[in-house]
Ligand binder design. Structure first.
Ligand SMILES: Cc1cc2nc3c(=O)[nH]c(=O)nc-3n(C[C@H](O)[C@H](O)[C@H](O)COP(=O)(O)OP(=O)(O)OC[C@H]3O[C@@H](n4cnc5c(N)ncnc54)[C@H](O)[C@@H]3O)c2cc1C
Length: 386
């Protein structure tokens, strides 16, 4: 369908990757975000090969390789540092045809912003939409209105436009744990520079992975009640307490991190939900399927959404609503399955049923590395770019 005008609400990973894909397809795209300055929440993200392949398709492969960390291996260790499993990632990379890239969120956002050929209209908070037979209008708190042939609601986990699409509010569900994440200079006393290292024990996790600029993206996960008070002044003391007796590199990491540059989200997800689309409005990214980060797939799914939506708009000629329905059909199955799998994984890692977590620890020590990479390969290869 030629000449479509598309309004995108939200300039996160989802809104920007959709904006780039749609512009490249020749559509007229406007992106709006409520914030006055775009600053990613969180320090890093690991983009698995399915997400990276979408970026390759958008012509961003070389840029991505520059900002991505070279992760060749994964190591699982016990809380006291004994090796549970040493996993070569090369077979996975070979099987799926693309390396995964851990990346600093700021670098990723900068790359996507540079690649979007247009201005993102900041300081525009969308407060509602109205559809009619010929188009859709977005209304903003500042009085501005934007009209398009369709609207993409990439407004994140607390999406207000999800309520428009579903006809009811769906609250994000608490995933049961809190995550502290940030960046530190890479150093062999913390972890090998080409390795994703993960310490597990007591239903908690500590992880470090390389990103460009000789840094590690790190995170700590601890199952805690929702609403546990947070204050950067006490992050180090809390982490020392939660990880008392853990291996030396974990203690060194706590010493070295800058608590005022650490993000501390309570992990939530959304869904599975029944609809991604209503008329000319399509949910995309976390607004449709916010995902526990335990598979590293939420952002990758937003990228897949962007590609699939663009393809249907380019290749069908039965109208906007038809193209969006096809998008919904394809993406609902895939993204909802990932949401469910990631939640199961979060529960397994974080001790929802302590026996299950205990069995997982034992399994980590005995399973073959190719079983671990095989499971990741399966998730990657279920995406649209194989
Ligand atoms: C701790 C953590 C680790 C993660 N790790 C990974 C990982 O390793 N790999 C991976 O693939 N994914 C990961 N994810 C998931 C990933 O971060 C998200 O899936 C992704 O950022 C979602 O992008 P989005 O564009 O859909 O939403 P967001 O990034 O939330 O963007 C939404 C945008 O919409 C704007 N907005 C909201 N409401 C309005 C409004 N009313 N009007 C205008 N603008 C509005 C917001 O300001 C924001 O800029 C992780 C998530 C967390 C929390």
């Amino acid at each position: 369908m030629d000449g479509l005008k598309i309004v995108v609400i939200g300039a996160g990973i989802g809104g920007l990757s959709a904006g780039i894909a749609l512009k490249q397809a020749g559509f007229d795209v406007e992106i709006y975000d409520r914030v006055k300055e775009l600053r990613p929440v969180g320090a890093g993200i690991s983009l698995w090969s399915n997400g990276v392949k979408v970026l390759n398709r958008l012509g961003l492969g070389a840029e991505m390789a520059k900002i991505g960390g070279q992760m060749n291996r994964m190591e699982y260790r016990t809380q006291t540092g004994e090796l549970l499993n040493d996993i070569d990632l090369m077979p996975l990379i070979h099987d799926v045809g693309q390396r995964p890239y851990p990346v600093a969120r700021r670098d990723l956002q900068h790359m996507l912003m540079q690649a979007f050929p247009g201005d993102v209209k900041l300081g525009h908070k969308c407060v509602g939409v109205e559809e009619d037979e010929t188009g859709v209008t977005a209304f903003f708190e500042n009085g501005h209105q934007a009209r398009g042939d369709l609207l993409i609601a990439a407004d994140g986990i607390r999406s207000i436009l999800r309520t428009h699409v579903l006809g009811q509010e769906v609250e994000p569900q608490y995933g049961g744990y809190i995550n502290w994440n940030g960046l530190v200079p890479a150093d062999e006393s913390l972890a090998p520079r080409d390795c994703w290292i993960i310490y597990v024990g007591e239903h908690k996790r500590v992880s470090m992975m390389p990103v460009a600029g000789d840094r590690f993206y790190f995170f700590f996960d601890v199952p805690l009640p929702k609403g546990t008070p947070a204050n950067p002044d006490t992050y180090k003391a809390e982490l020392k307490q939660h990880f008392q007796g853990w291996a030396d590199p974990v203690q060194t990491l706590i010493e070295r991190l800058d608590p005022y540059a650490v993000a501390r989200p309570e992990i939530h997800d959304v869904g599975p939900i029944d609809r991604f689309v209503k008329g000319r409005v399509a949910l995309l990214g976390d607004s449709a399927h916010a995902t526990c980060p335990d598979l590293g797939q939420g952002g990758c799914q937003a990228m897949e959404d962007s590609l699939v939506l663009t393809n249907y708009l380019m290749t069908t000629n039965l109208g906007v609503e038809y193209a969006l329905k096809r998008y919904e059909m394809e993406r609902k199955a895939r993204a909802n399955a990932v949401v469910q799998k990631a939640r199961q994984r979060a529960e397994q890692i974080h001790g929802k049923e302590p026996d299950v977590t205990q069995r997982w620890y034992s399994q980590l020590a005995t399973e073959s590395p190719t079983d671990v990479t095989g499971a990741i390969t399966k998730v990657i290869m279920a995406g649209p770019l194989r």
